[in-house]
Ligand binder design. Structure first.
Ligand SMILES: Cc1ncc(COP(=O)(O)O)c(C=O)c1O
Length: 393
């Protein structure tokens, strides 16, 4: 028995959290169960609440900044958990990773330039490219017979050259397909970027959720030539469920590159970090390791258990345990439904709110993303509803 109760259901409704409270505002049927947005239903590290409570005793919340203790904690985490030696001056913070990606797109490319992504992929990548007047170049991932996705290196390099790609947004671990890219894969894709002078934004927000048998490789740490053209996005927000506190740590060892992105941030007027965000980040990285280890065990248990349930009860939904992330990428293609009718059936007949696969690109047609970072009883409730509609009958 561990120290933390991940099996306990925590009622989150009526807290203005988007996972549960947005459903009513969107007019979704009452009682719809939520398994969509990538946040978790667990109480986080107790020391985070303590640190925040401690700070509220002062009850003055003026402009604030990050101190040495903050950097010690973040740098220590990168070293210990990811074997990555970073320096304080490589860091800057933003209110989120998507914000940082938008800033990097603006800083490192011009309007009309091409930015490459690998769909199906986390949809804000495409949004940040298009909303900033840049062009999406898609090098789709290829799905092998066993359901595992791979990068298409030939297609990638061909498009880098023919479309004059300036920037590549790498998702590692990959949301939604759950791949943790191997060293060999990253070396191969990185060499292409070096060869053609393509900048890389490496989104590593899911790095702390990599499951047994797999290892997270920090892209920028693989080779000095990679570090030189890379902006790495990290955050405590996925690992410790702090998204509402709006703080991410962006890392670039190349001074010129870093300054370019920071100057773009300066133009927005964003300056000081959110006080509670930085307090929570420091406490999480300083005290959160035991909690994280227990959580990881629970989540990995969910991922395995979920697969067993499907195999036994809804075998026509195809699922491969993700190598990283707590997101299941479910293949419903055997049912022969279009993306739209699948979404409708899941919402209106099964009563579940999942993320429809086409949100991640047309490659996601026939797929759904199911967030497994919830208590097992709550997951079971959703699976039972899914079984009634998609099960053996
Ligand atoms: C790959 C990836 N990047 C970024 C984010 C969101 O980051 P933020 O909330 O810091 O903008 C998510 C959230 O699901 C994600 O999956």
């Amino acid at each position: 028995m561990g120290n933390y109760q991940f099996d306990a259901f925590v009622e989150r409704r009526n807290t203005d959290c988007i996972k549960f409270d947005l459903a009513a505002r969107r007019g979704l049927p009452e009682g719809t169960l939520s398994y969509w947005v990538a946040d978790m239903d667990f109480e986080t590290v107790p020391e985070i609440a303590e640190a925040i409570r401690d700070r509220t005793r002062h009850n003055i919340y003026g402009y604030s900044m990050t101190g040495d203790g903050y950097y010690d904690a973040v740098i220590g985490w990168m070293r210990k958990r990811h074997g990555w030696e970073t320096k304080k001056e490589w860091y800057f913070y933003t209110p989120g990773v998507v914000f940082a990606i938008g800033m990097a797109v603006r800083a490192l490319t011009e309007e009309g330039d091409s930015v490459l992504i690998q769909r199906p992929v986390y949809y804000p990548f495409g949004m940040m490219i298009e909303k900033n007047g840049r062009r999406i170049v898609n090098s789709p991932l290829i799905q092998a017979e066993d359901g595992r996705y791979h990068m298409d290196f030939e297609d990638f390099e061909r498009k880098v050259v023919s479309e004059h790609v300036k920037l590549f947004i790498l998702c590692n671990p990959h949301n939604p397909v759950g791949r943790v890219w191997t060293k060999e894969e990253l070396l191969r894709v990185g060499e292409i970027c070096v060869r053609h002078g393509v900048f890389v934004v490496s989104d590593e927000i899911h790095a702390d959720f990599v499951w047994s048998g797999h290892h997270h490789e920090v892209f920028a740490a693989l080779k000095p030539e990679f570090a030189d053209l890379t902006v790495t996005c990290t955050a405590p927000s996925k690992t410790f469920n702090l998204a509402g506190l709006q703080l991410s740590n962006i890392i670039a060892s190349n001074r010129e590159l870093r300054e370019r992105v920071k100057q773009e941030i300066d133009k927005t007027g964003y300056d000081e970090p959110n006080l509670f965000g930085s307090i929570a980040c420091e406490a999480a990285y300083r005290y959160g390791e035991t909690w994280l280890e227990e959580l990881r065990e629970y989540l990995e248990g969910n991922l395995t258990w979920f697969g067993e349930y499907l195999e036994e009860n809804i075998p026509r939904i195809w699922y491969r345990k993700p190598e990283g992330t707590y997101l299941a990428w479910l293949d419903f293609r055997e049912y022969g439904l279009t993306g739209e009718s699948l979404d409708q059936k899941i919402l209106n007949e099964a009563g579940l709110w999942l993320d429809g696969g086409t949100m991640f690109g047309e490659e996601g047609e026939g797929f759904q993303r199911f967030n497994l970072a919830a208590s097992r009883p709550y997951l079971e409730k959703g699976l039972k509803q899914l079984r009634k509609v998609f099960g053996r009958g």
